[in-house]
Design a protein around this ligand. Structure first.
Ligand code: CP
Length: 301
């Protein structure tokens, strides 16, 4: 039987996206999870705290059998490919793999090559996509009563290397968001044709924040930069692009602050904003478990 996959935000139908978001919100309000008897594997070849733990917690709450494979301690270190690793796990009985890898596009490639009976969830591929993060971000806003069609969302920071931003833009567009504005240093703006076309770019955060209902701050992803990105002075970055309480006051008074994590306090946002009353950062972490439960339910039921 053909298994279901979640590789990017363009894959699932709008109906399925809305089902996942509604179900995540219902689960967060105490709805009973659907019990599952499948076996899934979390296969992580890149560091992760939120995604790995929340997928494991989501699976456990649904009663799924969970295998956790740490890429750095797998036989990949002896030269085995990701494709052979996943095919091996599938032969042993794994029905769905959750994969994080630093190679952009690897989940799309594997999706062409793997047996169609193996389910696959992209848990972040290099600078590519992070669809489950976008779904949990949208579910977090929905749970707060935000009507996405009526809001202005600003996404600020290292857009060029951000799979989170790419998936969020794709999802917000599909959900008919009012407006998405992009802000960040010229050198960290996305290249054309990379999923961000047609959106307004702001050359300073203060201007971007005017009338904003939601601001998503992004981490500066030094691990994805190369020599062509130049040297980044983090104190200077914070001065120009960091979200401080003073800057946040330029947005609407009830503007929500989001960050997918991991965050660097004092770089992309101040500790005062991260811990302040408008911050949804820990709400995102909480909703990550419910959203990933809803995703498992949708893909495995
Ligand atoms: N947001 C996110 O993907 O965080 P982790 O890298 O900790 O999983």
């Amino acid at each position: 039987m053909k298994a279901m996959r979640l590789i990017d935000i363009d894959g699932p139908s709008l109906d399925m996206i809305e089902t996942i978001m509604d179900r995540a919100v219902a689960l967060s309000k105490g709805s009973e999870p659907l019990s599952q008897t499948h076996t899934i594997a979390n296969v992580f070849f890149e560091p992760s705290t939120r995604t790995r733990v929340s997928f494991e917690m989501a699976a456990t709450r649904l009663g799924l059998r969970v295998i956790n494979l740490d890429g750095e301690r797998s036989s990949m270190t002896k030269g085995e490919s990701v494709l052979d690793t996943l095919a091996t796990l599938h032969a042993m009985g794994v029905e769905l793999a959750v994969l994080r890898h630093d190679q952009t596009g690897i989940c799309h490639e594997l999706s062409e090559q793997l047996p169609s009976s193996l389910g696959l969830i992209n848990a972040g591929d290099g600078c590519g996509h992070h669809p489950t993060q976008a779904l949990l971000d949208a579910a977090t806003l929905t749970a707060k009563g935000v009507h996405l069609s009526e809001v202005k969302v600003v996404i600020c920071g290292d857009l060029r290397h951000s799979r989170v931003a790419r998936s969020n833009v794709a999802l917000l567009k599909r959900l008919g968001v009012g407006e998405v504005g992009l802000a960040g240093p010229e050198g960290l703006m996305p290249t054309s044709g990379s999923g961000f076309d047609g959106l307004r770019h702001y050359d300073n955060l203060d201007a971007a924040l005017i009338d904003a209902d939601v601001v998503m701050m992004l981490r500066v992803q030094k691990e994805r930069m190369d020599a062509s990105d130049g040297r980044l002075d983090l104190a200077d970055y914070h001065r120009h692009w960091g979200l401080t309480a003073e800057r946040l006051a330029k947005a609407k008074p009830e503007c929500w602050v989001m960050h997918p994590g991991p965050m660097n306090r004092g770089v992309e946002l101040s500790a005062q904003v991260a811990d302040g009353p408008q911050s949804l950062i820990l709400d995102q972490a909480r909703m990550s478990v419910f959203t990933r439960m809803a995703i498992f339910e949708a893909l495995l039921s």
